[in-house]
Design a protein around this ligand. Sequence first.
Ligand SMILES: [Zn+2]
Length: 213
Amino acid sequence: MEILGCKIIKKGLGNDNNIAITFDDGPHPKYTPMILEILEKKGVRGTFFNSGFNISRNKELTREVAERGHLIGNHFFNHRNALFTGRETLNYEVMHTKETIENITGRPCNYLRPPYGIISPSLLSICKMSDISVVLWNLNTFDYRRKSYAQIIERVLKKGMRPGSILLFHECNYKDDSLDFSNTIKALQIILDIMFSKSIKPVTVQELLEDKP
Ligand SMILES: [Zn+2]
């Protein structure tokens, strides 16, 4: 879908029986390595929409995520709401984070997920100018408010286990570093096994979008 000349993606075509797994708000010194270990063990590559602020505190970890073949996307610097942010600040949120990611990974960073999934005309215009695609999701696991990992799995099974889906998980909470995300970790392992049992291939957002019609 295109709005004001900017590409907005909520899901892929799924022709290749694939699903993109995405993680927001990190990197986080405790949970990101745990996620990396699971993905490595299962031979899966994911997409991490990182906060510029959290990257600046975890540069080595960010580099490691990229070196392991995962895709790093832009999730603003300070997790602002695009609707309540002036154009100049918004430009900083987007461009400073993009540059930070590109400097660390040495790769172009052209995918952005705005915090809360909120877009505004200014944001779309900034993205259009820099050829950045906005990536939303079609299934929010709501992992940050689930009381058990079983609830996360149930939600994904009911609504997200379809080819072309973009699943939204979190590595941490941008506001509160101490929040517990062990349910996400537990659920992720089981969800990946279920995907494999259904011959669904977990891929990065970039790979999901390479599907031919
Ligand atoms: Zn976020």
